[in-house]
Design a protein around this ligand. Structure first.
Ligand code: S3P
Length: 425
């Protein structure tokens, strides 16, 4: 286990950084190009362990996948997958397990999806239930991994999802690609839509009507995909720029898909100085550059349709709120308890130990600011990359050094994280 000491930064964070690859898009790029018939080149592929789990899993399903260099991958799909000869290891990645269960349920072979200790505790009922409605045959350990999937023909359904979850939506849509008839998913709020955009980009028969997505049996065309930078990784730099006095950071190549930009809206609601400098579209996704500066902030409410648009940023938004005057209330975020850790309990306890005024609620937390973070504490990350990165960011403003146990968990999504911070100091 790697321990990391973080000290208060002297002076502001200043400079220009280019944010690395989006995890959600990288997963989907491997999955969809593996299903296509022919060669796809994926540029700016994620170096994180989660996306490597997806890549290795599709190799185990007979897909030819080669690295040209660290960030460029060639995928040669055959338009079909082949039976694996071993259990398929999703590592720590919920996206891999949930989306692949949809892909595997309708195959003409059996498969077993396994995960690490943390993933094996996470709920899979949310995908098993709709897949069973489509005719899938899945046995599990009380709705948790390992998932034993007996491949079987599927039929399309209309699924009114109780959750605004892109993993659930994507699982059902990917199963629908290979199901008889039409498959439709309706969400309570729109979750990230990378699957829909990439399916469209690769020629699938897909339509979106508000919160409903409809897919029909489709074959996918191989395409070259350049992956946008990850706004969830940019979030640590956005928050650091706002809370470390005298900072000004330009963050380039950030994915600005509107289903992911909840953090930018919240920063604006808090009165933060954030600007989009330039925008473009690559491989069907909006990307742009962001400029953020140290700001006086005020608390705000975050709830309802905000939540799926910033779900992964909530730990670092909690840190941001400790530096805003007044109250910030996060509600409707109960699903945070089902992430790599119970992110409501873990972040509340972690920030409280650093000196924040933060209280847990069943579906979120309440923060009263602005409080000076005293630090001087040791923190556990509970196998959770986003806690490791949030605590590092907090350490930059803590009066006394903090010690993070398990800092290596950053490698799940963002191996370049610390190097990029150091470049701004
Ligand atoms: C993801 C969807 C979200 C998010 C996760 C990645 C995806 O999960 O938290 O990190 O790539 O589809 P939910 O669908 O469970 O909200």
């Amino acid at each position: 286990m790697t321990d990391k000491t973080v000290n208060k930064v002297n002076g502001g964070l200043k400079g220009v950084i280019t944010i690395p690859s989006d995890k959600s898009i990288s997963h989907r790029a491997i999955m969809l190009s593996s299903l296509a018939d022919g060669k796809s080149i994926i540029k700016n592929f994620s170096g994180g362990a989660d996306c490597k789990s997806t890549l290795n899993l599709f190799k185990d399903l007979g897909v030819e996948i080669e690295y040209f260099d660290e960030k460029t991958v060639k995928v040669t799909g055959k338009g079909k997958l082949t039976a694996p000869t071993k259990e398929l290891d999703c590592g720590n990645s919920g996206t891999t397990m949930r989306l692949c269960s949809g892909i595997l349920a309708g195959q003409d072979f059996n498969s077993v999806l396994i995960g690490d200790e943390s993933l094996s505790k996470r709920p899979m009922k949310r995908v098993i239930t709709p897949l069973e409605l489509m005719g899938a045959k899945i046995t599990s350990n009380d709705y948790k991994a390992p998932l034993r999937i007996e491949g079987t023909p599927l039929k399309g359904i209309t699924y009114k999802s109780p959750l605004a979850s892109a993993q659930v939506k994507s699982c059902v849509l990917l199963a629908g690609l290979n199901a008889e008839g039409e498959t439709s998913v309706i969400e309570p709020y729109t979750s990230r839509n990378h699957t829909e955009l990439m399916l469209k980009y690769m020629g699938a028969n897909i339509e979106v009507h508000g919160r409903e997505v409809v897919v029909k049996k489709s074959t996918l065309e191989p395409r070259n995909i350049t992956v946008a930078g990850d706004i969830s990784s940019a979030a640590y730099f956005i928050v650091a720029g706002l809370i470390v006095p005298d900072s000004e950071i330009i963050i380039k190549n950030v994915g600005l898909n509107p289903t992911r930009t909840g953090i930018i809206d919240v920063v604006k609601r808090m009165g933060g100085d954030i600007e989009i400098l330039h925008q473009d579209t690559i491989s069907g996704e909006v990307v742009g550059d962001i400029c953020v500066r140290y700001s006086e902030l005020r608390g705000c409410d975050i709830s309802g349709e905000d939540i799926p648009r910033l779900i992964d940023e909530l730990p670092v938004i909690a840190l941001l709120a400790t530096q805003a005057e007044g109250q910030t209330v996060v509600s409707d975020a109960q699903d945070l308890r089902k992430k790599e850790s119970d992110r409501i309990t873990t972040i509340v306890n972690g920030l409280k130990s650093l000196g924040a005024d933060i209280e847990e609620r069943p579906d979120g937390f309440v923060i009263n600011g602005k409080t000076e973070l005293t630090g001087g504490k040791e923190l556990e990350v509970f196998h959770d990359h986003r806690l490791a990165m949030t605590y590092y960011t907090a350490g930059l403003i803590c009066k006394k050094d903090i010690l993070i146990h398990g800092f290596e968990w950053i490698n799940i999504s963002f191996p370049e994280f610390e190097k990029m911070f150091t470049a701004l100091m």
